[in-house]
Design a protein around this ligand. Structure first.
Ligand SMILES: CC(C)(COP(=O)(O)OP(=O)(O)OC[C@H]1O[C@@H](n2cnc3c(N)ncnc32)[C@H](O)[C@@H]1OP(=O)(O)O)[C@@H](O)C(=O)NCCC(=O)NCCS
Length: 286
């Protein structure tokens, strides 16, 4: 059998790639058709295609999120061509590309139910950082205790965030819908400038903080980039957010939250935290 050739995606690949992505999973639809045009148009992203005699039979994507961080996603191989090493070659090419772009950290996430992929990514040198569950709650028409923070609040907000984090992975921000990236004071300043940061206070002390994230495919949900605080602060922030979301015209709030303490808080206040949409975040140093 002819060996697949790995090359950058071209606009003409769309029909064949979306055709085999109809059959990615046995029981659910693939999201690739909803993002293909956005992905192809994004100058920060690189879609790689596995091509056999001009026929696209696989794809993957690497996105540059900062000077040093990248996100690897969307690995797909046409069912008719699986278990022939194509997925591994696409992955290796994506890793090599990340290296040539000067990236030092790559991350990816895999649904915990995708059992064959966990050994696959670990074999590629990725280590698990933790599990994150998708949560949703409807927006709510009521006054909120949350306060919109401003640029002047940057130093105290950054100090509060660093007080709230317990481990390095807690300082990751979910960008563009579902890609994890290190949260820095510069990002915080940028989000404050966008009026995307809210805090809740006990007296003058910040006890909870929420940073909104941009969504790749906006769907009327106010999406969580980062959420943290004391137990009471997080609870107050989540309640308050449903109200902020309503006044800003969103139908719902949502996001990925680390399983564990935050999931317990969500259940306590009656927010839905999915047991099935749980993703394991992985990281690899290049
Ligand atoms: C995951 C996927 C891209 C793998 O593509 P592939 O071309 O078949 O992968 P490879 O042939 O390079 O497989 C490499 C190794 O991964 C493991 N592997 C791959 N698919 C597997 C499966 N279905 N079950 C168990 N192990 C599997 C095996 O160890 C395999 O080596 P082997 O064939 O020598 O045993 C493909 O199955 C696919 O498109 N799946 C659906 C989408 C998906 O799960 N994407 C990744 C998460 S978003």
């Amino acid at each position: 059998m002819t060996k697949a050739h790995i090359r950058p995606a071209q606009p003409g690949d769309k029909a064949q790639i979306l055709a085999f992505c109809q059959h990615t999973w046995d029981d659910e639809a693939d999201y690739i058709p909803t993002v293909w045009d956005l992905w192809l148009a994004d100058p920060a992203g690189h879609i790689l295609v596995a091509d056999i005699n001009g026929q696209p039979v696989g794809m993957t994507r690497l996105v540059q999120l900062s000077d040093t961080e990248g996100w690897w996603e969307g690995l797909r191989v046409d069912r008719a061509f699986r278990r022939r090493g194509i997925g591994s070659r696409l992955t290796q090419t994506a890793l090599d590309l990340g290296h040539s772009l000067g990236l030092t950290t790559l991350r990816t996430c895999i649904n915990v139910t995708n059992t064959s992929m966990h050994p696959f990514v670990q074999h590629q040198g990725f280590s698990p950082l933790g599990d994150y569950a998708i949560y949703h709650a409807a927006s709510e028409n009521a006054p909120t205790a949350l306060r919109l923070l401003e640029k002047d609040d940057c130093d105290r907000a950054w100090a509060a965030i660093n007080r709230f984090v317990e481990q390095e992975r807690d300082l990751l921000f979910v960008v563009r819908g579902a890609k994890w990236q290190a949260l820095t004071s510069a990002h915080l300043a940028q989000r404050l400038g966008q009026s995307w940061v809210w805090g809740c206070f006990e007296g003058d002390t910040l006890v909870g903080l929420f940073i909104r994230s941009p969504m790749e495919n906006p769907d009327g949900t106010l999406w969580t980039g980062w959420l943290g605080g004391t137990a009471a602060g997080v609870q107050a922030a989540l309640h308050g957010l449903c109200r902020v979301a309503h006044s800003a015209g969103f139908r719902a709030i949502g996001g990925f939250l680390p399983q564990g303490t935050l999931a317990t808080v969500l259940k306590t206040i009656g927010h839905e935290c999915s047991d099935t949409s749980v993703y394991r975040l992985y990281e690899k140093r290049l």
